[in-house]
Design a protein around this ligand. Structure first.
Ligand code: XMP
Length: 513
């Protein structure tokens, strides 16, 4: 079993970022709630503990705390920001409400020899975000660095392998943050850097084999990276026991179905069922304008189509008993903590009727998105699939504002291909979270050549984001916007106007519906 580092979550989004950085240092990490008991920590026997930052003050009542017996387990521990202050307070030091605080880039200055900062220069830039500060380190700790607003910015107790930093090493603006984390993990906690692509794949393969044995497995491919990588892992594990199903809803991106089919038939050689269901989706959507109604219809139609294939294959009886699902680690964490708000009804294969009675195979359950991508590349999936931007389950259906018709879907698909092509050419495709076209089903007047036109506008929507919870509208270069606009009007019949969406999230959502 891989050595595990537990990241104790004190709120906000810091813990996930820390857990990802630990993985980048090739050490497996999991997030646990602050309410974890010493007995539970002992049972899980982690190689190290990291206490995350959080939005609260140790002085608040009730302030999130940590079972003090955890410190007695002898596990190497690193406290970050709130976690550092909590360590100071619980181990007998002192935290003061300075009121001043430090926010953003701050100069960190080393004070004497340090185990944690040994590989860093005397002065460096770190990222701060704190109101309170540690005023006095607990007994046994040596203060090894300070900033103007934090006299105890770093404190270390080598004998007990306890370390605490006021700044945020997980944030990229902390110049040597990642080096410091790696040093804590590899040198001070002695955890070997064994979490690599090879070990991720080996472990997933082993667990899929153990779960499914010689039985048949079914996988619904969506065109996106998660389902493709999940399927590729299952193929690595049990090869031709897998059957892939791709339901073409008529609302997919250009070439999406063809590329997925080519990859899984020609490259991986597994059974592939391409359900051409566009007509049935359009029929079901006729006359429907309400966004939630459209989502519901598309979701239900999808299930019906999938169900028909599954029954044909004899699911539950002689057919597949297992269903692959591309659940990622952040989904696991979010469903566990129970506070992920459902703003839109996202459709998933999870809503299959109970009598189909599949057992789920979730080979990505432990992985973050960036790990899914590197694993996908390692397994030989094409770059276009591995790096494809997220796409909503209802597809173009929620990017046509108004009734969905085959004609509008075709216009939007072609417009979207132009947007994506230009974004790729500009080298921006990977750094943007999403970039796509939206078709509001209103028509406006234009003039082209010597004729009057009456056609649809296309809205360019491009955002940057880390996790889709918040997003910023992308400042695309104007000459790129111009190229996209020119091509849209020249190449996509039915379009005579182009607009740029400059709404961030909040207040907007990324998708228009
Ligand atoms: P919004 O529009 O809510 O979207 O800001 C956040 C992220 O979720 C994607 N999205 C979906 N994904 N099924 C999905 O699998 C859906 O129904 C769905 N709706 C939105 C969206 O593309 C963005 O990345």
């Amino acid at each position: 079993m891989t050595a595990t580092v537990l990241v104790v979550d004190f709120g906000a989004q810091y813990a996930q970022l820390i857990a990802r950085r630990v993985r980048e240092a090739h050490v497996y990490s999991e997030i646990v709630p602050a309410t974890i008991t010493a007995a539970e920590v002992a049972r899980r026997a982690p190689a190290a503990l990291i206490l995350s930052g959080g939005p609260r003050s140790v002085y608040e009542t009730p302030a999130p705390s940590l079972d003090p017996e955890i410190y007695e387990l002898g596990i190497p521990t690193l406290g970050i920001c709130y976690g550092a202050q909590l360590m100071a307070q619980q181990l007998g030091g002192e935290v003061a409400r300075t009121g001043a605080g430090e926010y953003g880039r701050t100069e960190l200055e080393r004070r004497g020899p340090s185990s944690l900062l040994a590989e860093q220069p005397e002065r460096s830039t770190c990222w701060m975000s704190h109101g309170d500060a540690i005023a006095r380190a607990p007994e046994g700790f040596v203060v090894t660095a300070a900033t103007p607003g934090a006299p105890v910015a770093v404190m270390e107790d080598d004998a007990r392998r306890r370390y605490a930093v006021q700044f945020h090493p997980e944030v990229v603006h902390s110049e040597f943050g990642q080096e410091m984390l790696a040093r804590f993990l590899h040198h001070l906690a002695g955890v070997a850097p064994t979490w690599t692509n090879t070990s991720i794949i080996d472990e997933a393969v082993e667990s899929v084999r153990a779960q499914v044995g010689a039985e048949r497995v079914l996988c619904a491919l969506s065109g996106g990276v998660d389902s493709a990588v999940a399927a590729a892992l299952v193929i690595r594990a049990v090869g031709r026991q897998l059957t892939c199903v791709f339901v073409d809803t008529g609302l997919m991106r250009e070439n999406e179905g063809e590329q997925i089919e080519a990859t899984f038939t020609r490259q991986f050689g597994v059974d592939f069922i391409h359900v051409r269901a566009a007509e049935r989706f359009f029929a079901a959507l006729e006359g429907v304008e309400d966004p939630e109604a459209k989502r519901k219809i598309i979701g239900e139609r999808f299930i019906r189509e999938f169900e028909a294939v599954a029954r044909e294959l004899g699911a539950g009886g002689a057919g597949p008993r297992f269903l692959v699902q591309g659940t990622l680690y952040p989904d696991v964490i979010e469903s566990g903590s129970g506070h992920a708000a459902t703003i839109k009804s996202h459709h998933n294969v999870g809503g299959l009727p109970e009598d189909l009675d599949f057992e789920l195979v979730e080979p990505l359950r432990r992985l973050f998105k960036d790990e899914v991508r590197t694993v996908g590349t390692e397994l030989g999936l094409p770059e276009e699939i591995v790096w494809r931007q997220p796409f909503p389950g209802p597809g173009l259906g929620v990017r046509i504002i108004g009734e969905v018709t085959p004609e509008r879907a075709e216009i939007l698909r072609r417009a979207d291909a132009v947007v994506v092509d230009e974004i790729r050419r500009a080298g921006l495709y990977r750094e943007l979270w999403q970039s796509f076209a939206v078709l509001p089903a209103v028509r406006t007047v234009g003039v082209m050549g010597d004729g009057r036109t009456y056609a649809y506008p296309i809205v360019i929507r491009a955002v940057t984001s880390d996790d889709a919870m918040t997003a910023d509208w992308a400042r695309l270069p104007y000459d790129l916007v111009e190229r996209i606009a020119n091509r849209l009007i020249r190449e996509v019949e039915g379009v005579n106007r182009v607009a740029l969406d400059v709404t961030s999230k909040p207040p907007g959502t990324i998708e228009w519906e």
